[in-house]
Design a protein around this ligand. Structure first.
Ligand code: NDP
Ligand code: GDP
Length: 342
């Protein structure tokens, strides 16, 4: 892979569209930052809606060097008035709804907040679009967590029945069907990207890949002794976030709105992901990983593996980064960060 690790490489697309306006909710998150970078490279004017926090949350936009190129508006998705104000002020051509309480484990501890931000938030934004600018194209960040990953359906596509296994999955399913419903009821150009797990050096540290790569770096540099994990037999279809944000944009460029699975088609256990990450710096994960029931979940999504055939055929999209390349990118970034004391 020749691209600069952790950056979206799309220089060949620069300048293909100079006038489009995109509004991204969740712009300070992993995907929001990469998507903002991608859309800026395509010539978009990029606006981001972000909730007020007591400490700064723009470090990912700074990491990508784009903080001064995006326009930030204050607003929380659970506040419909804020959604309406954002649509009225920006008058966007495209809205990408990435804002969410996105951590599955937290959704059992804060189920109502998750329902409000992750579920109702999408409906608030759809309603804002319907009433203020109904020709706005809308992207909803749907998720493989909606499938529930039961072992009798190991490969999931757009026709696989949903069976969410967490308050997060339930909230996302509400947002997903709300988007489909606004498409069918009002003709809103609403697309759902059913994205499987995607990671990067900008992934939140609570997610298992980043927790592992951060620990690998600290253990290698003598700053940590072991790593406590939960169910390491769970299987996930992991890709690189920088690849996945391109699919979001491609969906909104089609003639008709639709839903697409975005995945690599390869599934790997947490155990093997650890093997790869520790192996990258010459360590054996078995010497460091400690199973800790504290990290078990009330209900587990056992296996996720997506069939991206439709996205390949209709969007011309495919995952470009293998899990080995992704883990190397993330471990190297964490080594650099820990060495620099950040
Ligand atoms: P992150 O958790 O990194 O980003 C979520 C963003 O949403 C943050 O900017 C967060 O701000 C913001 N946010 C949280 N609550 C609100 C709210 N009430 N109103 C407005 N914004 C809010 O997630 P990712 O970037 O990884 O994911 C992007 C989207 O894609 C999410 O909706 C996620 O659920 C979904 N998704 C992600 C997958 C993945 O593997 N990464 C897989 C499938 C779907 P703050 O940090 O200040 O709280
Ligand atoms: P998710 O697929 O959105 O829940 O992404 P995560 O990265 O949070 O979890 C992926 C899988 O790793 C799940 O099956 C978790 O149960 C499993 N896992 C095992 N140990 C841990 C851990 O310590 N932290 C997290 N976040 N997940 C873990």
């Amino acid at each position: 892979m020749s691209q600069d690790p952790g950056n979206v490489n799309n220089s060949s697309d620069i300048g293909t569209n100079n006038t489009m306006k995109a509004l991204i909710t969740g712009i300070t998150g992993q995907d929001g930052s990469y998507l903002a970078q991608h859309l800026l490279n395509l010539g978009y004017e990029v606006y981001g809606m972000m909730p007020r926090r007591s400490t700064p949350t723009v470090w990912r936009l700074e990491y990508l060097g784009i903080l001064d190129r995006v326009n930030l508006l204050e607003g929380d998705l659970s506040d419909m008035a804020a959604c309406m104000r954002a649509v009225a002020e920006v008058h966007p051509d495209e809205v990408y709804n990435l804002g969410a309480q996105s951590f599955v484990a937290t959704s059992w501890k804060q189920p109502v907040l998750t329902a409000q931000a992750t579920g109702m938030g999408a409906l608030n934004m759809l309603e804002a679009i319907r009433t203020i600018k109904p020709d706005t194209k809308f992207y909803q960040a749907s998720t493989s967590e909606m499938y529930g990953g039961l072992r009798d359906r190991p490969l999931q596509d757009e026709n696989t029945p949903f069976h969410p296994r967490s308050p997060y999955g339930v909230a996302k399913l509400f947002a997903h069907w709300s988007t489909v419903n606004y498409r069918e009821s009002y003709g809103i150009f609403g697309c759902c990207g059913i994205l499987f797990n995607h990671e990067s050096p900008l992934r939140g540290i609570e997610f298992v890949t980043r927790k592992v790569t951060d620990a690998v770096a600290r253990i290698k540099l003598g700053k940590q002794k072991d790593l406590h994990l939960g169910n390491i037999d769970a299987k996930r279809d992991w890709g690189f976030a920088g690849d996945y944000v391109k699919a979001m944009h491609l969906m909104l460029q089609r003639d008709k709105p639709d839903s697409y699975v975005v995945a690599t088609g390869v599934t790997t256990t947490v155990r093997d992901m650890c093997r790869i990450a520790f192996g990258h710096v010459g360590l054996n994960y078995e010497d460091y990983v400690v199973i800790d029931p504290k990290f078990y979940r009330p209900a587990e999504v056992e296996i996720l593996m997506g069939d991206p055939t439709k996205a390949q055929q209709q969007l011309g999209w495919k995952a470009e980064t293998s899990l080995e390349e992704l883990m190397a990118m993330m471990v190297d970034a964490d080594l650099k960060r820990v060495k620099e004391g950040r």
